[in-house]
Ligand binder design. Structure first.
Ligand code: SF4
Length: 375
């Protein structure tokens, strides 16, 4: 297939859904986790759950980078933004993420200079244009976005731009998946593996999921037929008594990943001993920080951040949603106190967040209506 509409062909989707149904053992139910928020978006945007048999449930995982940023780190970033001469820059998704003292948008309304950028290179350009100001880039994301942050730091070094720094909040996917596998709350039968992050790390790091936990994982793309195909291939493995890592997204993901991207991450960043994830708590070796050699570009070293831990609001159940234990509509404040306009938790902010995806596309899905009516 070459064109995007071929990956959205309703006839092919129906045929694939029928093959999925044929593979389900009578009386057995299956629960698969889509690790990546991009997949959640695809699933609800295209109504895929309505085409899957009732025996198959897809639950959301921790792969939305905005959703996993804890409130304390948002407060730390707002603290940096409030320092003299600072211009804080951030992806648009971060602007409404609530911290204990409000969001970036609230801080901007109070007078902080916080600007939305599309890439770290935009932040570097602002630094170049404002030599008398200190420009900080709020870096978030998995291994997918870490290479562009690292490349920008190298460029700042090469160009001798001394007023640019990074507040590094990059996280790594494997420890989070392991934490979920070790969680007693959840019984999973397999994983729809993330596409973007795998383009950088490759498929090999998922080997332990099949080997040690006996769960199939199929790395897949973001079109509806990609996701249905991944579900089909997971079921095919279960039917054959296999647990393996497969790559459905070979048109984008090399099995070994992108060695140059991994190299540049390793040059500029190193693993933190531990990092707090919203809803998942502290996970060891699950995030990146700047190496000592790049201390001059490390906002965490340049500015004294409070570094406090802030508990999520009582009503917020993002943690359960991020672990796939609760579906978004099962949260008590979903769609009432918590909406995309007035988010209480992070999962309602980013388009990759499970709650935002369900709110926008999935509120009237067959699955939800069935549960709501007891049908
Ligand atoms: S509805 Fe809001 S508070 Fe509840 S889990 Fe979703 S984002 Fe979090």
């Amino acid at each position: 297939m070459r064109f995007v509409d071929e990956y959205r062909d309703a006839g092919k989707a129906g045929a694939l859904a029928a093959r999925v149904a044929a593979l389900c053992e009578p009386g057995r139910s299956y629960k698969f986790m889509e690790v990546c928020g991009g997949h959640t978006h695809t699933i609800y945007r295209h109504g895929l759950t309505d085409h899957l048999p009732e025996a198959v449930t897809l639950v959301h995982g921790p792969g939305c980078p905005v959703c996993v940023i804890p409130m304390g780190r948002v407060d730390d970033a707002i603290h940096i933004a409030g320092q003299p001469d600072v211009i804080m820059t951030s992806f648009g998704d971060m602007m409404r993420v609530p911290g204990g003292t409000g969001s970036f948008l609230d801080a901007k309304a109070r007078g902080a200079d916080i600007r939305m950028v599309y890439s770290p290179l935009d932040a570097l350009k602002i630094a170049r244009e404002n030599p008398g100001r200190r420009v900080v880039f709020m870096a978030i994301g998995f291994e997918t976005t870490a290479p562009s942050t690292a490349m920008t730091v190298l460029r700042a070094r090469d160009e001798g731009i001394g007023n640019f720094s990074v507040f590094c909040n990059h996280v790594t996917i494997i420890p989070a998946v392991k934490a979920i596998l070790d969680s007693p709350d959840l019984r999973l039968d397999g994983f729809v593996g993330p596409g973007h992050v795998s383009a950088v790390i490759g498929c090999r790091p998922y080997g332990f999921i099949a080997r040690d936990y006996g769960k199939p994982l199929v790395v897949t793309g973001f079109e509806p037929l990609d996701v249905l195909h991944a579900v089909y291939r997971i079921l095919l493995q279960l039917d054959g008594g296999r647990a393996e890592v497969e790559n459905q997204y070979s048109r984008v993901v090399p099995w070994e990943g992108n060695p140059r991207a991994l190299e540049v991450i390793g040059e500029v960043m190193e693993l933190r001993p531990y990092f707090e994830w919203r809803g998942l708590g502290f996970i060891s070796h699950s995030a990146l920080r700047m190496r000592e050699e790049y201390a001059a570009f490390d906002a965490e070293r340049i500015f004294r951040i409070p570094g406090g831990r802030v508990a999520d609001p009582k009503a917020c159940q993002c943690g359960e949603v991020l672990k796939g234990v609760l579906r978004p509509w099962e949260c008590k404040v979903f769609g009432t106190a918590c909406t995309p306009e007035t988010p209480i938790g992070t999962c309602m902010v980013s388009s990759e967040g499970a709650c935002a995806a369900y709110y926008t596309f999935g509120r009237f899905s067959r699955e939800r209506v069935r549960e709501a009516t007891g049908g």
